[in-house]
Ligand binder design. Sequence first.
Ligand SMILES: [Fe+2]
Length: 305
Amino acid sequence: MSDPAIIAARALIERTGAAQPVVRTFFDEATFTATHVVSDPATGKAAIIDSVLDFDPASGRTTTTSADAVIAHVREAGLAVEWLLETHAHADHLSAAPYLQEQLGGTLAIGRHIVSVQQVFGKVFNEGTRFARDGSQFGRLFDDGDTFMLGSIPAIALHVPGHTPADMAYVIGDAAFIGDTLFMPDYGTARADFPGGDARVLYRSVRRLMGLPVQTRLFLCHDYKAPNRDVFVWETTVGDQRTGNVHIHEGVDEDAFVTMREARDATLGMPRLILPSIQVNIRGGRMPEPEDNGVSYLKLPLNSL
Ligand SMILES: [Fe+2]
């Protein structure tokens, strides 16, 4: 395989041996989002991946019940937060990363291609010049193959676009946090019809992830249950995805996947919180600048999505 980042990730997973991060997941049933607190048992350093700020669109009110549960866990377990990782600019929930950073510290990071998402949605929301489209709202922008450490555990960032142009997966020790690429094997794959999304590109990203060792633990960003399954599950393995993913198991070719994915996407409505979520998440989870009365406003572009 001539894919240096995947070769490096394979080596990392195979070399890690006993250095497995501890993963504690908080599942938000309102948005079906899994927030993972990943920690190094040797040093107590932690990363929080894809956090949720509770949001009631009817009242426009945000609350921190979900984030506070994460904070309580971090404090009780005596963890030190090094990283606040976003797999992508989510369209279904607001990120709580700025609130967590204020309470716990850590560097907020996302993929370098967030700048394309900022450009596309900067236009959709007719953002003025004060909205920077250079990713400067984040402390680190990862490129494909970039390495970093979680305490003593080596980690590598992988660019896995398709759902959006900026999706990242983070391999930390023997575990990979793969955002919106694959869902559980019985549910399939993420949609690829948002602006900048592409089913063909998603197929190629998933094939890269399936090139990781079969035993790699995969942690998902969402679960929606599935026919004949009534519990939420967010952990699987590369081996189980290769043999059993209903959309893209081994043997499904690219054209067949693209035909299936595009037909399915054509039946899906926009996520309930896409307009508020994207406006906030392209700012690294911060609200738009308050107006002269001290209140922040979100826009609702008519007939544009
Ligand atoms: Fe997403």
